[in-house]
Design a protein around this ligand. Structure first.
Ligand code: ATP
Ligand code: ZN
Length: 296
């Protein structure tokens, strides 16, 4: 019997993206074998093998076709592409995934006189993102020295290794506790689904299936199902307030000829002020519920 072809995806083994990446696959109905200690984990109910690796290695797994899909921070991918001498040029971002959000920023000590990016001329900048930083400096015609550090970049100014830093920031609390102030954002990043050229049509079809399941999960997560009762007279006003909904279902309400029930899928955030707007337009019994799955 011919062996079943299996798609291979690389995700971070442990770290900031690991849990969310596993959860995303699980939400796509792909259940993983329990042990996450090994490099390779076979999905139980889908022809998919999951490689649990360091995020830095994921571009190489894709470029060498060991894996056909990967999840990593856009910052990590772009840095490899900036440094890789074309080795990673063929890697393509398929989808932003909405987690692992951070930014690559220039931060300076409190007492550093920062007027504009030009203030970095002649300075020493510590970073783990030499490729992206060098590109940014070249784009802005800044002549500065780059010191590459693997970690603990934020201590570089205090230890006089560098004047300023270029590092990933999410909440900014690490900067604050090291007496640094964020000045310039080089890149906004989040986790992304990445692929390489896939030649085998069966593997390409599996990759397409996983990608469309991920899209459906993300869409459902951003969508809500709204139910409300509306006076017939204000139906148009209420439809106009419903965020990102195409064509709501309108149904009669038993025993009421002045009111109708309105059900709609809203693909944008439904916030308290949306609900208050609906109410101000005469809606009542407003219910907002999450959607578990959605496929057109
Ligand atoms: P690995 O052991 O896999 O090499 P790592 O230490 O390089 O892990 P993490 O710190 O887990 O990596 O970060 C992984 C990714 O998470 C980053 O590349 C970035 O895309 C994202 N991220 C989100 N917020 C932050 C943050 N505040 N600091 C660093 N990375 C962040
Ligand atoms: Zn890493």
């Amino acid at each position: 019997m011919r062996e079943e072809k299996r798609l291979k995806i690389a995700i971070q083994k442990s770290g900031r993206l690991a849990d969310m990446s596993i959860q995303l696959l699980e939400k796509c109905g792909i259940s993983l074998a329990k042990s996450r200690d090994q490099l390779l984990c076979r999905a139980q109910n889908f022809p998919l093998d999951i490689f649990l690796v360091r995020d830095d290695d994921i571009p190489a797994f894709l470029a060498t076709d060991v894996c056909q899909l990967g999840i990593l921070g856009e910052n990590g991918l772009l840095e490899k592409q900036a440094l890789g001498n074309g080795k990673f040029a063929g890697l393509r971002q398929l989808l932003p995934l909405g987690y692992g959000r951070c930014r690559l920023s220039i931060a300076v000590p409190h007492d550093f006189d920062y007027q504009s990016i030009d203030s970095l001329n002649g300075k020493v900048i510590a970073t783990s993102y030499k490729g992206l930083l060098a590109q940014y400096l070249a784009d802005h015609k800044i002549d500065a020295d780059i010191v590459t550090m693997e970690g603990a970049v934020e201590v570089a100014p205090r230890t006089h290794l560098a004047d300023v830093i270029c590092d990933l920031v999410s909440t900014g609390s690490t900067l604050v506790s090291n007496g640094l102030v964020e000045k310039d954002i080089i890149l906004q990043s989040q986790a992304v689904l990445v692929t390489n050229q896939i030649d085998d049509p069966e593997i390409a079809a599996l990759a397409e299936k996983v990608t469309s399941r991920i899209k459906a999960v993300l869409r459902a997560e951003n969508s809500r199902y709204i139910m409300l009762n509306s006076p017939i007279d204000s139906l148009e006003a209420i439809k106009a307030v419903l965020p990102g909904s195409q064509s709501p279902t309108v149904m009669p309400l038993q025993g009421r000829d002045d009111m109708v029930a309105v059900h709609a899928v809203c693909e944008e955030g439904v916030f308290w002020d949306t609900m208050e707007d609906l109410k101000a337009n005469g809606a009542n019994s407003i219910l907002v519920v999450p959607i578990e799955k959605m496929l057109d």
